[in-house]
Design a protein around this ligand. Structure first.
Ligand code: ACM
Length: 545
C-alpha cells in the first residue's frame, strides 16, 4: 500500500515537472541522468531467464552471474542464464552508448537493459538493486515482502558526468589490511565510484612489497609507535605496521575489477618518503645519517635525493613492478609537500640545479619526473602509463610533460592553471573533499585531521568545474574524495567519516550538475541508513531522520 502511494506521488510530481522530488521516492544514489517512473512493477520468480549477449572474455555473462548470485543471496530467488530467446531480463548491446552508460526499462513484463560495455550493464544492475529493498544492496537475506520481490516500473537513461569518480585511502599512516579495502571497494561500487587511489607509501610506512628492494617492507613497513606524535601527543612505543604482498595486491586488483573499479597506486616521491629512507638511506641527501620510519605527523624535511642516479633508478624499478601489478594506465607519483631544504644543502643537488639551469629548487622535482616519464614512454605501448601528481608540481618546470594533476590545495585555481597548460585534472579539494575531517560539531565525533568540519551538505554543495570555460572543460576528467589517516586508530573511524559523505561525492561525479540539489539527495539517501544498519556500519547519523 505504501509503495502504491509513493508511486502515485512520483507520477504526480513528474507530471507536474517536479521530477527530482518524484525520483527521490526511488532512492537512487547517485541520481541518474534521467528517470521516469512508470506504473506497476516487475515481480521476480524462481527460474526466470536472464538473456546476456556474448562479449569478449564472457564478461557480460559474468556481470549477469554476479547479479544473479547477489539476488539469490538476499532474496533466495534463483535466475537462469541464457544466450538468446525471451527472458525476464534481456540485455542488448548498443554500441552507440558511452562506455559506462546504460538504459534500463522495467515494466511488469520484464527488465530490459542496453549498454555498449560490461560496465554499463554492471551499473544498470547496481541501479536495479537500489530500486529494491535495501537488504538487496546489503546482501543480507530477508523474508519476501507481501507482494513478493519486486522492482518498480521505471525508465532510466543514465551515464556519468565524469569518467573519474574516485576515492583515496591513505594506508601509509594507518594500515587497514585486505578485508577493509575490499569493504571499501564494495561501498564504492554501490555508489558507482570507479577509481580507488591507493596511497601506499608515506613517511610513516611503506605498504607494498617490491621484490627488488625487500628492505622497503622489512624495515619501512614498521614503526615504533602506533599513534603518531603531534603537538602534545608523544609516541607510545608500540611496534606497528604491515604491508601488502604482491599476491595480496593481485587479489585486490581482481576484486576491484569485478566491481568495475580500477586501482591507481600512489608511490609518494620525492617527499613523504622517509619510510623508504629508513630502509635505504643511500637514497637520501644524508646517506651517512640514521633515518627512521617517522613517528610524527606533519611534513618531514627528510626527502629523496632527486639528483642521485641511485634514487632515479630506484623510482624506475619501483614503477616497473607497479606496471606488472596494476593493469590500469595511471600511476600516481605523489609530489605534494616536499620541502627543498635538503636539496639546497646537498652538493649533488646543487650541481644538478646548475646543470639544468633551474630557476628554483622545485625544478629538480620536474626534472626527476621527466626522467620517469621518459622511462615509461620508452616501454612497449601496452606497458606505458600516464603519471599523476599532486598540484604542487605546477610550481616546477613541467612544460611538455604528460602529467595529470590532482588538485587539492587551492584546488579550483590550481585546476584552472593545469588545464590552461593543457594538463588533465582531477578535483579533490581539501575543503570539502577530505572526508577524514569531522562531519559535524558533535563533540563525540572521532578526531580528524585538522580542525575541519565538512558536513555532508558542504560536501554535497561543492560544484566541480563551476564556471570553467568550455575550452578547458575537457581537461576536467573527474572528482575524488580523499581520506588521510594520521588520526585513525580504529578502522571504524573510516566507515563513520566516509558515510554518507562518499555518496555526496559520488553524486557530484555522476549526476549532471543541473539535476543536483541537496534537498533531493537528503531524501534519497535516507534509504541507505537501512543498508548501513543491516551491515552494522558506523556512519554519520546527522542527516538521517
Ligand atoms: C595532500 O593532502 N598532502 C595531498
Amino acid at each position: 500500500m505504501r509503495k502504491i502511494l509513493v508511486f502515485s506521488l512520483a507520477l504526480l510530481l513528474s507530471a507536474c515537472g517536479l521530477q527530482a522530488a518524484g525520483t527521490a521516492a526511488l532512492s537512487l544514489v547517485p541520481l541518474p541522468a534521467s528517470v521516469e517512473a512508470g506504473s506497476g512493477e516487475f515481480v521476480w520468480k524462481n527460474k526466470q531467464k536472464v538473456v546476456c549477449p556474448g562479449y569478449p572474455g564472457d564478461s557480460i555473462r559474468k556481470v549477469c552471474e554476479r547479479f544473479a548470485a547477489d539476488l539469490q543471496q538476499s532474496t533466495g530467488v534463483e535466475l537462469r542464464m541464457a544466450k538468446k530467446g525471451r527472458g525476464a531480463v534481456v540485455l542488448t548491446l548498443d554500441a552507440e552508448l558511452a562506455p559506462e552508460a546504460y538504459r534500463l526499462d522495467v515494466s511488469k513484463d520484464g527488465i530490459r537493459i542496453s549498454a555498449a560495455r560490461p560496465a554499463g550493464f554492471f551499473y544498470a544492475f547496481q541501479t536495479v538493486k537500489q530500486l529494491m529493498p535495501r537488504n538487496v544492496v546489503a546482501g543480507k537475506r530477508a523474508d519476501a515482502p507481501a507482494g513478493g520481490w519486486t522492482v518498480p516500473a521505471v525508465s532510466i537513461v543514465d551515464e556519468p558526468r565524469f569518467g573519474w569518480r574516485g576515492f583515496m585511502l591513505d594506508e601509509g599512516r594507518h594500515f587497514f589490511g585486505k578485508e577493509t579495502v575490499k569493504h571499501v571497494l564494495d561501498i564504492m561500487s554501490t555508489y558507482k565510484l570507479n577509481r580507488f587511489h591507493w596511497h601506499l607509501t608515506e613517511d610513516q610506512g611503506w605498504r607494498i612489497e617490491v621484490k627488488k628492494y625487500p628492505r622497503l617492507t622489512e624495515v619501512g613497513a614498521w614503526r615504533n609507535s602506533r599513534i603518531l606524535a603531534w603537538k602534545g601527543t608523544q609516541p607510545d612505543g608500540q611496534r606497528y605496521g604491515g604491508f601488502y604482498t604482491q599476491d595480496d595486491i593481485r587479489e585486490i586488483v581482481a576484486y576491484a575489477r569485478e566491481r568495475f573499479i580500477e586501482i591507481v597506486p600512489e608511490i609518494d616521491m620525492p617527499g613523504h618518503f622517509q619510510a623508504a629512507l629508513a630502509a635505504y638511506p643511500e637514497l637520501s641527501c644524508t646517506p651517512d645519517q640514521k633515518h627512521e620510519v617517522w613517528l610524527r605527523q606533519g611534513v618531514s624535511g627528510d626527502v629523496m635525493n632527486v639528483a642521485s642516479p641511485k634514487a632515479v633508478q630506484f623510482a624506475k624499478d619501483v614503477i616497473d613492478e607497479l606496471i606488472e601489478l596494476f593493469p590500469f594506465n595511471y600511476i600516481h607519483i605523489g609530489g605534494d609537500e616536499c620541502p627543498t631544504r635538503a636539496w639546497e644543502q646537498n652538493a649533488e643537488c646543487q650541481a644538478l640545479y646548475a646543470e639544468i639551469g633551474a630557476k628554483t629548487y622545485r625544478d629538480l622535482q620536474g626534472h626527476f619526473y621527466r626522467q620517469l616519464e621518459q622511462h615509461i614512454q620508452s616501454k612497449p605501448v601496452a606497458e606505458q602509463r600516464h603519471l599523476i601528481a599532486w598540484n604542487e608540481i605546477l610550481g616546477s618546470n613541467t612544460d611538455g610533460l604528460d602529467l595529470t594533476v590532482m588538485a587539492w590545495v587551492g584546488a579550483d585555481k590550481a585546476a584552472q592553471t593545469a588545464a590552461g597548460r593543457g594538463m588533465d585534472v582531477i578535483l579533490s579539494p581539501q575543503i570539502p573533499y577530505y572526508i577524514n575531517r569531522k562531519q559535524s560539531k558533535d563533540p563525540s565525533e572521532p578526531l580528524s585531521q585538522g580542525y575541519g568540519n565538512e558536513t555532508v551538505e558542504a560536501v554535497y554543495n561543492y560544484k566541480p568545474a563551476n564556471g570553467v570555460s568550455p575550452e578547458l572543460l575537457p581537461h576536467y576528467i573527474g572528482v575524488q574524495a580523499n581520506f588521510w589517516t594520521e588520526y585513525v586508530i580504529e578502522p571504524e573511524f573510516l566507515e563513520y567519516l566516509m558515510l554518507p559523505r562518499l555518496a555526496a561525492v559520488a553524486e557530484a561525479g555522476w549526476t549532471p550538475q543541473e539535476r543536483r540539489t541537496y534537498d533531493s539527495f537528503k531524501q534519497r539517501i535516507q534509504a541507505d541508513a537501512e543498508w548501513y544498519e543491516l551491515c552494522g556500519f558506523d556512519y554519520g547519523k546527522h542527516i538521517f531522520k
